[in-house]
Design a protein around this ligand. Sequence first.
Ligand code: PLP
Length: 418
Amino acid sequence: YLTLADFDPELAEAVLREERRQEDHVELIASENYASPLVMAIQNSVFTNKYAEGYPGKRYYSGCEHVDVAERLAIERVKALFDCDYANVQPHAGAQANAAVFLALINPGDTVMGMNLAQGGHLTHGNPSNFSGRHYKIVPYGLDPETGLIDYDEMERIALETRPKMLIGGFSAYSRHKDWARMRSIADKVGAIFWVDMAHVAGLVAASEYPDPLPHAHVVTSTTHKTLRGPRGGIILAKGQGEDFYKKLNSAVFPGIQGGPLMHVIAAKAVAFKEALAPEFKTYQRRVVTNARAMASVLQQRGYRIVSGGTDNHLMLIDLSTKPYTGKDADAALSDAYITANKNSVPNDPRSPFVTSGLRIGTPAVTTRGFGVAECEQLAGWLCDVLDGVEAGGSALTAVRDQVREHVVDLCRRHPVY
Ligand code: PLP
């Protein structure tokens, strides 16, 4: 075989440049992480060639005995990790896991209550542009505008009024603990299914650093590539719901919304779950939370407002709504300084989702590359320097951006990713 560089130099160059970017830039996107070399290596295995429609022991194709081993290992390990009795490891991504829950448990046109995207929810929790918002009647819940915290009394009031068939817990941009027991009691009052999408905090949950939704929810979904630090993918979990319920979920994934599972990715999930069962993973997740707190406190000392007043998990949302610049301006300036974050709407944001008045940052990736509290405090200081520079504008911004970029590259080179 030719090497990629010989066969496709343009693509090989893009990979090389991406490797360089990941090594030299600080990654603060809260949903990203660096998979281990083993997780990456097994995705490059012969499992990629195998069709395996169905489930272990019940496939529609022959020759599945070895991929069955991989899928069984992934299932058993993730069940041990989250102490549950049902797992489906086939969803290609988080969005597919979520689509399967809708398909399995409710009917098109049913009323569903999910967290407003503009206030921290996810597209698949009922946004009008997503299948969830197009095929179901969505009633959103959100935050108390004063405190930036979830308003459970208001959630309960809306639920009693609209009587949803399903209540969705989980979020993409909320920095506090969610009260799963309270949400389950609201769901029970109206006879709704309680589903938690723990994509963002799954790693923290596995390490007991965030409240565990499994004892409360009828069903839990997650991605495997955020705090959980595995390959890109999705999972569905449940505990104590019985075989009929689990059959519905399995049939919704296959043949409901997917064909052949990605066996190379499922094998990589098995590797990642084994990594997550090791004691070091707990230490890592604890550091993710400590690092996030350290960054939040520097930002607050420098006068930047954090939505909800701080963080209890791996992320925070910086509210720039009183500033003379937008989330998009902040994102672009930080990017020029080799700090990758993402613009994000803040509650009641007057600006469009393409512009926004906020910035979301998170610590899973920087913690994986070995940053501790000292490095995170330093980094938060540079982030504030750049934001101050955006406000000052002109040559002040250029100077601070160039200086921060030098510091960032120097820090990154002392903490290589791979
Ligand atoms: N659920 C939540 C809470 C998310 O934050 C995300 C992704 O950001 C998803 C689901 C979707 O995951 P994927 O991008 O793998 O489809």
